[in-house]
Ligand binder design. Structure first.
Ligand SMILES: Nc1ncnc2c1ncn2[C@@H]1O[C@H](COP(=O)(O)OP(=O)(O)OP(=O)(O)O)[C@@H](O)[C@H]1O
Ligand SMILES: [Mg+2]
Length: 461
């Protein structure tokens, strides 16, 4: 092929045609070639090889082929090349196979002998649907990122700083340690680091280290050969292997046993490992993100965590702020979860009454975002009206908010929440020179809420 042709083909949609029958294969190739960049493969193995050499936008494959049937090819392609759209060719009348293919992730199927008009139609439809999907994903991503980063909601300076750090380290392969109290969003950060990395198409594999005793954790991480120990009756891949090309998330790393710490250190140092009971040395092609809700450095000082491992893990440390450190994000998070759970439960709820919002804002949230999320879900599910009111707020949170308000030096002793709210709204209005929109923005509530409040107090019209 000359260079011009190659350049032209690079812009075209690429299709890999897989069929063991030469006539079908070449016939389809001829029909598609004017419009697409077409390659041919005569077996499942040849197809996989071709795809690893250069991915294709579409794979058009026969279901029935000797030596590796089309459905298992489909399964492997879906796993290894999730972006390739698969269309399967089935024998006329074999409905079960077609259904099976769709279940395995085929985008569509065609019956053999292939009608060329229908082929055009199916290809066009598949490509169009896929383009629309990526557009939707992009749109959703942009919306997501409006109030935070990759589903991590927050606009406070503390969160903006965290987002900057995430954007900076995500594209690298540096090991990251995420430290923070329970419920602050450590796992979300691990996901974001993966999604914003060049490994985003690879797997994200999470291991909850505290959930397993040392020996089990070891075989979970490293895998084992057949016969490595009693009960190991077949080879099993470990998480290091399953996360190949992707990200391994080691959650609650502070809890792991001294024996596993040594082994983990070796993996981090050499980037290699062996399965339990196995001699073969395998490459650990993974990016590691670890999380802990403990003060890991203090664990080092106590002699409970290896110092050398700590430094290997904490190449970059991200510290999650607690919700109490960023109360300005509370209204945003409340709205975010309100919308989410209202939609999930088919409820139409407009928002929080100001008094209810004020309570949620005043509560110290020791369980951080997880506690807030659960509270809002409960409120949405149990509420009756269009607005969530103070009576919808769980009692424990109402009590917690009240004692927090009592401890707050900025509030007047003995002042009720309703009074405190009125004082704050009026102060914000004053600061904004009477501009309701600006006051609403400063308070993190809607303009409409201020309007209703003022009306209720008999101020403004
Ligand atoms: N900033 C945020 N925006 C949106 N949702 C969040 C945010 N932070 C946490 N969440 C949600 O709160 C819940 C708890 O978050 P996550 O599991 O990431 O916390 P964690 O720090 O790993 O807690 P733990 O130490 O208890 O495991 C999840 O449902 C998560 O989706
Ligand atoms: Mg967690």
């Amino acid at each position: 092929m000359d260079r011009d042709q190659a350049v032209q083909d690079a812009k075209k949609t690429s299709i890999l045609v897989v069929d063991d029958e030469r006539n079908t294969r070449e016939g389809l190739g001829r029909a598609l070639r004017p419009q697409y960049d077409v390659r041919l493969a005569e077996s499942a193995d040849a197809a996989l090889e071709e795809l690893s050499r250069r991915p294709a936008d579409v794979m058009l494959s026969d279901v029935r082929m000797p030596g590796g049937d089309g459905l298992s090819l489909l399964k492997r392609v879906r796993e290894k090349f999730p972006k390739t759209l698969c269309i399967m060719l089935t024998a006329y009348g074999s409905v079960e196979t077609a259904v099976e293919a769709m279940k395995l992730g085929a985008r569509d199927f065609l019956t053999k002998p292939v009608n060329l008009d229908q082929l055009d139609l199916v290809l066009e439809r598949t490509l169009q649907a896929s383009a629309l999907e990526s557009e939707n994903i992009e749109l959703r991503r942009r919306l997501d990122d409006k109030w935070g980063l990759r589903g991590i909601v927050g606009t406070s300076p503390a969160m903006e700083k965290l987002f900057d750090e995430i954007r900076q380290v995500a594209p690298t392969r540096a090991t990251v340690l995420v430290e923070g109290a329970s419920g602050t969003g450590k796992e979300l950060v691990a996901h974001a680091l993966h999604q914003l990395s060049p490994r985003a198409d690879g797997p994200f594999v999470a291991v909850h280290c505290a959930a397993l005793p040392a020996t089990l954790l070891e075989s979970e991480l490293f895998g084992h050969e057949k016969g490595a120990f009693t009960g190991a009756d077949s080879l099993r891949k470990g998480r290091f292997e399953l996360a190949r090309g992707g990200t391994l998330f080691l959650d609650e790393i502070g809890e792991i046993d001294a024996s596993v710490q040594v082994k983990l250190l070796r993996v981090l140092e050499t980037r290699t490992f062996e399965r339990l009971g196995g001699g073969e040395t395998l490459e650990a092609d993974i990016r590691i993100v670890a999380a802990t809700n403990r003060d890991l450095k203090a664990r080092v000082a106590e002699g409970k965590f290896r110092e050398d491992l700590y430094y290997r893990l904490a190449v970059v440390t991200l510290r999650m702020p607690t919700l109490a450190e960023r109360p300005e994000d509370i209204p945003l998070l409340c709205d975010h979860f309100l919308r989410k759970f209202a939609e999930e439960n088919g409820r139409k709820i407009h928002g929080f009454e100001p008094a209810a919002a004020a309570i949620l804002r005043a509560y110290p949230w020791p369980g951080n975002v997880r506690e807030l999320r659960n509270a809002v879900e409960r409120m949405v599910v149990l509420s009756r009206g269009d607005w969530l009111t103070t009576t919808d707020v769980p009692e424990s949170i109402r009590d917690g908010a009240q004692s927090a308000a009592r401890d707050d030096p900025a509030s007047n002793p003995g002042e009720s929440l309703a009074d405190a709210e009125k004082r704050k709204i009026l102060a914000a209005l004053k600061a904004a020179g009477g501009n309701r929109s600006r006051a609403a923005e400063a308070l993190g509530i809607s303009r409409r809420t201020i309007h209703r409040k003022l009306a209720a107090w008999g101020i403004g019209q």
